[in-house]
Design a protein around this ligand. Structure first.
Ligand code: PGA
Length: 255
């Protein structure tokens, strides 16, 4: 059985003060709620404060990005060792906003994912097609290319330490979520790809999150799908009530 995982990607929102307030509210709402892995992904500046605020709770910490080197002359970058130092256990790699606005390629995603694993951070590797690609019927081809790029030269052992997030670009921040059927189709394809390139056992254990306009009112039906194991939540993770409702809604009977 794969344990559901709900991750809140705060993007470039929340000062330290706002971040610690949000955590305070979430801790109250989600105290003793252990059926779901809960991860918060604040901006770098709030990481250590959030780490301190979640110390006595069931909430875990992650970052939104990392550099692929452990240290060096890379002005303005953050090393994976520094993320560990702040208490991070997870890190997002290859979010579509990084690919679109900061030119991250599959090759960069591959290097960052490897480095994250090397230092003991669990990567949440994001993939997903644009609207243009979906309309041209290229979705599975794009997903396959992103998977082969991200996991080039990976061993079965390495793959066991990762989480994949399927985030159709057209559904991010648009209020237009993929239907459960559309998401399930791609999740199943991803699991199949992992099974044929690594092993059936690894594929069965791999957690695949859906991301793109996840809200309290659509989490349940998404989670009912066989291959949807959780969600990467953007906008709705910035509010105590909506994020905690999503976490609670993640426990759903599979179809
Ligand atoms: P959204 O963002 O929930 O605001 O659509 C999801 C994401 O970018 O991870």
């Amino acid at each position: 059985m794969r344990k559901p995982l709900i991750a809140g990607n705060w993007k470039m929102y929340k000062t330290i003060n706002e971040a610690t307030k949000l955590v305070g509210g979430l801790k109250k709402e989600l105290v003793d709620f252990n059926g779901v892995d809960i991860i918060l992904l604040p901006a770098f500046t709030a990481l250590y404060y959030v780490f301190q605020a979640i110390a006595d709770s069931n909430i875990q910490l992650g970052a939104q990005n990392l550099h692929w080197e452990k240290e060096g002359a890379f002005t303005g970058e953050i090393s994976p060792i520094m993320l560990k130092d702040c208490g991070c256990e997870y890190v997002i790699v290859g979010h579509s906003e990084r690919r679109k606005y900061f030119g991250e390629t599959d090759e960069v995603v591959n290097k960052k994912t490897k480095t994250a694993l090397n230092v003991g951070l669990m990567p949440i590797v994001c993939i997903g097609e644009t609207l243009e690609e979906r309309e041209a019927d290229k979705t599975m081809g794009v997903i396959e290319a992103q998977l082969s790029g991200a996991f080039k030269d990976f061993t079965a052992d390495e793959i066991q330490g990762i989480v994949v997030a399927y985030e159709p670009v057209w559904a991010i921040g648009t209020g237009k979520n993929a239907t459960p059927d559309q998401a399930q189709e791609v999740h199943k394809f991803i699991r199949g790809w992992i099974s044929s390139h690594f092993s059936g056992e690894i594929a069965q254990e791999l957690r695949i999150l859906y991301g793109g306009s996840v809200k309290p009112n659509n989490i349940k039906e998404l989670m009912q799908e066989q291959d949807i194991d959780g969600a990467l939540v953007g906008g709705a993770s910035l509010d105590v009530l909506s994020f905690s409702q999503i976490v609670k809604g993640a426990i759903a009977e599979k179809k």
